[in-house]
Every structure is written in structure tokens, then in C-alpha cells.
Design a binder for this molecule. Structure first.
Ligand code: PGA
Length: 240
């Protein structure tokens, strides 16, 4: 079941997340990484720790959760660019050790299957997750099968609206599809670390922790995972 850690705010959530993550920043470990506003504070702490303490990522591998379909990696809002800007460019991880699904190519479903095959060879030791205001994890929107593999998906209207802030607040610029690790893929991670902050996550957090395990709230499946740490700030925990 869940180890729920309540903290005051985003900064404390990022501190706590770093404390948990630090145990996995060791040679041979495989980190599952996420994008969005939530992990930025954690990544800042990882960069600072690398700079100040020399913590090395040379023998660490990473797999990201998802990528927009159709955005070139040079687009600043591609998740590839996000990861480089916020983490990879500031630590000593070899490029070939980092993996972000590609949202470009002739056969995205075949590429998605190949991505799962790579993860199967290098199982994720700890998967970092945010949660959508609609309860999604990665881009697994409500209704996604709990055993789904990495796949191409349409984004929910609420997700397009939530992510509009990254695209000049212009809804027409937000990609409508993504490649995402499936819920089945995510559930294979040995440990899960989910961070939720802000009042707009409160209902999703409540449904994840107290609701039924139901595809209407994708994150509720985490109730069936053995090693889940959830870090919530006061605002996100307000309905618990
Ligand atoms: P956010 O997104 O971190 O930008 O709030 C979380 C998510 O959609 O998983």
C-alpha cells in the first residue's frame, strides 16, 4: 500500500523527493523520469547535488514516461528538450544512457513496443510520477486499460487545457496525441515515487488513495503496487 508523506508546500515536496531519490542515484540503477512542473524542483536538487558533491550519473540509465506526437526534439516543449534543459545537460549522464520515447517516426506503435522491450531488459528501480488533475499517470488518461503497454494515445481535453500554459496559452498549439508508457509498463517499476502539489490535484489524490481501483482514475491502480511513496503538499492533501 501507500507510504503517504505530507509536506507543507512544493519546496518541501521537492526536498523530500530528493531524499527518496538519492538512495537510487548509484551505479547500475535505472531511474524512471517524468516531465511537467512537478519534478522540476527535484531535478534542481539533483543538479545541485551533482555540482556540489560530485554525485555521478555515469553508470545510471534513465527511461522517460512519455513524449508528444509530432514535436521535433528541437521544439522547446518536447519532453526530450525538457529533460535536457532541466536535468541531462547539467549532470554527467552519457546521452546513450538516457531514453525518451520518440513522438516522430513511421510506425509509432512498433517504436512503442521496442521501448517496452528496452525497459524489460533494464527494469526501472524507481519510477517518478506526477498526477494529472484527471488522475492520469504519464499520458494514461481515464479509461486506459490497466495492463496497457507503451502506446500512442489521444490527450484528454482537460490535459490539453492544463498543458496550454506551456504553449503560449494557445490551445491550438498543444499536441493532441502522445506516446506514453502504459500503465502495465509503469506498474513493473520496482518502486514508485509520486509527487502531487497544488489544489488542482486534490480530487485526483483523493480518488487515487481512497477511491476504488477503477480505470476512471488511472492512478488508483497504484493501490495494487507494493512499493509506492506519495509525497503530497497541504493543498493536494486537502480532501484526504
Ligand atoms: P504537472 O503535470 O507536473 O505539470 O502538474 C503532472 C502530470 O500531468 O502528470
Amino acid at each position: 500500500m501507500f507510504n503517504v508523506i505530507k509536506v507543507k508546500d512544493y519546496e518541501e515536496a521537492s526536498d523530500k523527493a530528493f531524499e527518496v531519490m538519492k538512495d537510487f542515484i548509484k551505479p547500475g540503477k535505472v531511474l524512471g523520469l517524468a516531465t511537467g512542473s512537478t519534478p522540476i524542483g527535484l531535478y534542481q536538487r539533483m543538479v545541485k547535488d551533482h555540482e556540489e558533491n560530485g554525485t555521478s550519473y555515469k553508470e545510471i540509465k534513465t527511461f522517460n514516461l512519455d513524449e508528444y506526437v509530432g514535436l521535433p526534439i528541437s521544439h522547446p516543449e518536447s519532453y526530450y528538450a525538457f529533460m535536457h534543459r532541466n536535468l541531462f545537460d547539467h549532470i554527467d549522464i552519457p546521452e546513450e544512457n538516457t531514453h525518451v520515447p520518440s513522438g516522430l517516426g513511421e510506425d509509432l506503435e512498433a517504436q512503442a513496443a521496442a521501448y517496452d522491450a528496452m525497459i524489460a531488459k533494464d527494469p526501472v528501480d524507481i519510477q517518478l510520477l506526477g498526477i494529472g488533475s484527471d488522475g492520469h499517470i504519464a499520458f494514461n488518461e481515464p479509461g486506459t486499460a490497466f495492463d496497457s503497454p507503451t502506446h500512442v494515445t489521444d490527450l484528454a481535453e482537460s490535459t490539453i487545457k492544463d498543458n496550454c500554459r506551456f504553449f503560449d496559452n494557445d490551445i491550438s498549439k498543444v499536441p493532441t496525441q502522445a506516446v506514453t508508457q502504459g500503465i502495465g509498463t509503469i506498474m513493473k517499476a520496482k518502486n514508485i515515487l509520486l509527487i502531487a502539489t497544488g489544489a488542482n490535484k486534490a480530487q485526483a489524490v483523493k480518488d487515487m488513495i481512497n477511491g476504488p481501483v477503477d480505470e476512471a482514475c488511472p492512478a488508483s491502480i497504484l493501490q495494487k503496487h507494493d512499493n509506492v511513496t506519495i509525497i503530497v503538499d497541504e493543498a493536494a492533501a486537502s480532501l484526504l
